[in-house]
Design a protein. Sequence first.
Length: 507
Amino acid sequence: MAVKFEIYRDGQQVREFKIDGVVVVGAESVIIPGKITFTNGVLSAQRTEDSAIGISLLWDAGDIGMFCLETTRLSHRAQPYILNVELARFRLMKIMQKYEDWNLFDFPGLEDHFRAFNQAQALFAEALANLHQPAEAARLADQALAMAIDLSEKLALTHSELLIRQRRTRGQFVRHIFGCQIDPGIQNERYREILGKNFDYAVVPMPWRDIQPQADRFETTAADGWLENLRRLRMPVIAGPLVRLDDNSVPDWMVLYEEDYEAFRELVYSYVTRVAKRYHRIVSIWNVAAGLSANRTFRLNFDQMIELTRMLVTQIKNVLPEARTLVTIAHPFGEYHAERAHTVAPLLYADMVSQTGINFEAFGLEIEMGVPQTGYFTRDLFQLSCLLDKFNTLGRPVFLTAVCVPGRNNADPGDRSRGQLDPQLAGRWHRQWDPALQAEWMEAVYQLALSKPCVESIAWSNLADIHQSMPAGGLLDDLLQPKPAFVRLQEMRKNFATYTSNRRANV
C-alpha cells in the first residue's frame, strides 16, 4: 500500500500536479528512494518496506515564501491524507521539539513566541476538527503553516542571538571567520586586491578536470598564480575540494575507468599526491573531498566511499604530516538519495566517517540554494538551523566552505549554467530574489551558523558576478562594484573583529 495525499488550493482539490522534486522521507527526516505518482487527484508515495513514511516537496506557503517542506511520517492506509494538514502538523511538531532541545520553555522574554505558537496550534486544531470538510481543513492548515514557518524562523534567529552572546562571552570565536571562494581562472588585479583587503581567508577550488585535463598533462598555471599571490599577501588558504565526483569536476578521460574501481583509486591517489607536494608550502587546510556520498559519476558502494575518504586523508597526511584536512558534505539535505540508489544519505556518511578512525580535522559543509536542481531548492532558516544542530552532534568543527543564493529572480546568461537555471522555479525566501534580499539572507544565515558551537568559519561561494555558480551569486557585480551583500558582510566582519583579534587562528 501507499501513503496517499489530496491537495487543496483556494477551496478546490488540485487535479493537476507536477511531481518533479517530490521525494519520500523516512525516519529522522532522511530522504530515501521511493516511487511518487499523481493520479486522479491523489499524490501517492510508495516504497517496498512497510514502514511509516512522509514526503518532501516544494510548497508555496503564501507571503512567507515557497520552500521544500516535509510532512509527518504516516502509516499506509486506503484513505488519502490531506497534504496541507500534514505539512502544518510536521512544522508545529518540529517547533515543539526545538523548544525542548534549545531549553526555551522557561526562558524569559519569549512570551510573544509562545503566544504566536498557541495561535497556530489553535488554527491547526480547528483544521483537525474539520477533516470531514477537506477544503476547509486545508484552508485552516495553510494559515497555521504560514504562521508556523514565520514563528520558527523568528525562533531560530532569537536562539542564535542567545548563543552568539554565549560564544562571545566564552571567547569561542576564532580569528579567521569570513572567507570567500575565488575563481582561479580570473586573473584580474582589482579582483585580487578586493579579496586581500576584505576577507580573512580564501577558498581556492582545484577541480580535477581543470588541473589534469588529460591523463598525461597537468595544467597548474592559474592555480600557481593565485596561490603565489595569496602567499605574498600572507592570506590563509583552504584548497579544494581536490576530488568531487560529478560531471563538472571529473576529467572526461576518466570515463575509461568508470567500472574499474582499483584503477580509479590509483589515479586519484597519484593526482592528490602531486597536488599536495606542489602546494604544501602555501595551503593552510586541504579540502580533500566533497560530496562523495552523492557521487554522480562513479557508482561506488558504501565501503568504497569510506575507503576512498580514508585514502585521500591519509595520503595528504603522508605527504604533509602536519596538514589539516576537511571532508566536505555537499547537498546536506540529501535529495540526491531519492534519485540514485547507489548513493548514501549525507548524515549517515558523515557519521560513519566520524566513527571509523579517519584522521581528518573538520567537516566542510556546502549550503547553496535557490536554483532548480536537485539539492538546491529553497529552504527556510529554521530548517537550516535544525540541519546545523545535527552537525553539532558529530564531534568535529565545521567549516562552511560554500554558501550562496541568487541575487536576481531570473536566469543569468553569465553564470556557469549559461542561463539554464531560473530561480523562480526553485522557491523563494519571503519574496523574489534580488540584491537586497540576497544580503538579508546572507546576514541571517551567517548569524545562524556562527551561533552553533561547531561552526568555525564561513566562505561565500562567489566573489563576483563573473562565471559565478548561481544567478548574480557574487558579492560584487560584473564590474567589481560592491553589492548589498558585500557591504553587509563587511559590517559583520568589522563587528566580529572587535572580539576575535586575540583569538586562536583556525586557518
